[in-house]
Design a protein around this ligand. Structure first.
Ligand code: XLS
Ligand code: NI
Ligand code: NI
Length: 436
């Protein structure tokens, strides 16, 4: 197989191609329903998995070296950034996402870390211009350092709350400077292990205070993009406060934050919460909170966030069906919050993994449009509720009836013949469309 450096750019070759370094389904400039595949999918590279992580797990050290031959911290992070933008060029990926600590070394104090970060933001700003790339979203890593062991905004320690605020401020400034269209809050360690040491109500109030301050700061500085919450039910804490979309919506409503905050739905987090990926997407959509997607997949036999590159076509098809029905992405996109498996430890494996993920989503997009064009599934769902189009059903939907009238009406009903849900028939239609 060719080596990383031999490959200049991945291009579309069609599904007959056996060249591993080509796209089989992703044809960036091809238009589907009047929009290029590139604009439909808005792929983003995750800096933390792709540029920072080296494959370490709790049983062993890294299997990849991403120091690029450098030892001086700033020089190393500059080399990482150079690699990141060249990789995006090779893959034809337009967007990227990062945590503060992914792009810059950490210093010996909060101030030194933020100074390094700002230096690297300036460096990345130039690379972004040179390579014609865009920032999808940024976020602050307020969960790795020991001081965040009991949370950041929900830490029992007010100084930790303040440090977290300083980091978020720097990241919002960076997002504005880099023209990012989103800013993410993933809960990190915002949760708890035991109620024996936890004041849950106080911690949730503090989390809301924190998010409100961040929102106010960003808006005052002119940030027009979306703030996102990324739900996750567990890991690292036993009980994460942002369990799933429904839990987050309840939180946002209680603290009047629904105007500015949307959801960044991650596939693997959905399954950890006992939901399907498309359930979480639909929950966001029906709450007017659909924002962005962390595209990955988990392993249903394992109970943690394995962050695998998505290769399950059913999942990506049903996901893209939700995205199309929601009118497509606005500020959001598909960020590959995914990493190569630890034994896939060469640079060309990174290319192969992104090709797998991008092609699987491109195929999902094509199939989602086939499902729309076929129309049988949409038609079935529409007809299933037909009893609400006339008579008493129409009155219910128009809020023109009441419990007494419904009771009188019901007393004259002899028997009700509820229509079959026809699940197996619909699943067959799905297969017929997908495997034509
Ligand atoms: C961890 C999260 C994280 C967020 C960004 O599980 O997915 O990677 O996307 O902090
Ligand atoms: Ni994520
Ligand atoms: Ni995750």
């Amino acid at each position: 197989m060719q080596k990383y450096n031999d490959i200049k750019k991945i291009t579309y070759a069609g599904k007959q191609s056996t060249d591993p370094f080509t796209f089989k389904y992703y044809n960036p400039e091809e238009k589907i329903d009047g929009k290029t595949m590139k604009d439909h999918l808005k792929f983003a590279m995750s800096y933390w998995h792709t540029i920072a992580a080296e494959g370490a797990d709790m049983f062993g050290s890294g299997t990849m070296d991403k120091s690029f031959g450098k030892t001086d911290p700033l020089e190393m992070f500059k080399a990482k950034a150079d690699f990141a933008f060249e990789l995006m060029d090779k893959l034809d990926i337009e967007y990227y996402c990062f945590h503060d600590v992914d792009i810059a070394p950490e210093g010996n104090s909060v101030k030194e870390s933020i100074d390094y970060f700002n230096t690297m933001v300036d460096y990345v700003y130039e690379l972004q211009k040179k390579h014609n790339k865009k920032l999808l979203w940024a976020t602050a890593n307020n969960f790795s350092a020991p001081k965040f062991m009991a949370g950041a905004a929900t830490s029992p320690n007010a100084d930790v709350f303040a440090v977290a605020a300083a980091k978020v401020k720097a990241c919002i400034d960076a997002t504005i400077k880099l023209g990012g269209t989103g800013y993410v809050f993933w809960g990190g360690r915002e949760g708890y292990e035991t109620l024996l040491n936890t004041d849950m109500g106080f911690e949730l109030d503090n989390l809301a205070r924190f998010l409100t301050m961040a929102r106010d700061y960003g808006r005052a500085k002119g940030f027009k993009g979306d703030f996102y919450i990324e739900p996750k039910p567990k890991e690292p804490t036993k009980h994460q406060y942002d369990f799933d979309v429904a839990t987050c919506m309840n939180f946002l409503r209680k603290y009047n934050l629904t105007e500015d905050f949307k959801m960044n739905v991650e596939a693997n987090h959905a399954t950890l919460a006992g939901h399907t990926f498309n359930h979480e997407l639909r929950s966001a959509i029906v709450n007017d909170a659909f924002g962005s997607i962390d595209a990955n997949q988990g392993d249903l036999l394992l109970g943690w966030d394995t962050d695998q590159f998505p290769t399950n076509v059913y999942d990506t098809t049903l996901c893209m069906l939700e995205v199309i029905n929601a009118g497509g992405f606005t500020n959001g996109g598909l960020n590959f919050d995914a990493k190569t498996r630890r034994p896939s430890n060469t640079l060309e494996d990174i290319l192969l993994a992104y090709i797998a993920g991008m092609d699987t989503f491109a195929l999902g997009l094509r199939l989602a449009y086939d499902i729309k064009a076929d129309g049988r599934i949409d038609e079935f769902v529409k007809n299933r509720y037909a009893s609400y189009n006339s008579g008493i059903g129409k009155k219910i939907v128009a809020n023109q009836t009441n419990l007494e009238e419904l009771a009188d009406y019901a007393l004259n009903i002899e028997d009700v013949d509820v229509e079959s849900g026809r699940q197996e028939y619909l699943e067959t239609i799905l297969n017929n469309i997908m495997f034509k």
